[in-house]
Ligand binder design. Sequence first.
Ligand SMILES: [Zn+2]
Length: 273
Amino acid sequence: MPELPEVETVRRGLETTILGRRVRDVAIRAPALRWPIPADIGRLLPGRDIASIRRRGKYLLLGMEPGTLIVHLGMSGNHVFRHDPPPPGRHDHFDIVFDHGIARLNDPRRFGAVLWHARELGPVEQHPLLAGLGIEPFSEAFDGRHLHRASRGRMASVKQFLLAGAAVVGVGNIYASESLHRAGIRPTRAAGAIGLHRYELLAEAIRATLGEAIEMGGTTLRDFAGPDGVGGYFQLACRVYGREGLACGRCGGTVRRIVQQQRATYFCPGCQR
Ligand SMILES: [Zn+2]
C-alpha cells in the first residue's frame, strides 16, 4: 500500500514532469474508484496550467487556477508521468494529457480517488477529507512537545495513537513499528503515560524513518513506477518489521510479533520499554 514516502515520491516525480505544464485533455476511462471521478473535470482541466503540486498526508494536490485536483492512491494506486505511454490497460482509470506525455492513474484495487475542489469553496485544506488530518511530520510544528500534548489523557497504545493519524500523518503500520523501535518505546505502552523526553526521541525517530524511506524512494522510483503498477513499493531496510524471531540489531534480543487492532506489530522486548 502506498504510504507517505511513496506518495511523496510520486509527488516529486510529477513535480519534475508536469509542474507549470498546460493540460491538453483528460481521459476518464474507468470512473468507478472509491468515489466516481467527477465528470466535469473533463471540462474544467483542459487549457489550465498545473500551478502547484503539493501533498497533504497521502493526498496529492494538483493546484490549478479554478481549483485543486485531489488524488489519493488508495491501496494499490500509482500516478506517474510517461512521455511515451503504452495503450491503456484495464486498471488505467484516468489520464491527464499534456503535449509532452501523460500523467496516468493506475489503480488495480480501486480504493483510490480523484476529486475536484473548486476554488470558490475556499482553501483545499478545508476539504472534509483533509480538514481532520494531523500535522505533517516534516513541518516545523511537529516535535516531541506536540506528540506529548496530543497524547495527554490517551489510554490507547502509542502505536494506535500514531496510526490514528490525528496527531501526525504518515506513520503507517510499518513506520510505526520501525519508529518505536528506533525510539526504544514499547508499542503497547499507553500513549498518555509516555513522557516528554521519550516523545522527543519518537518525533526524531519518525522523521528519520520516513526520511530514509523517501530517500530510498528516490533511488527506487523506477521500480515503483513499474508498468504493472503494483508490487514495486519500497522495501525499507527494516529493523524489526517482518523480523519475528530474528536478533535485534541494537541489543541482540529476539524480535517479537504481536497483533494490535488486527495489525501486526513488531518490537524488541530487550530494548523497547
Ligand atoms: Zn533490542
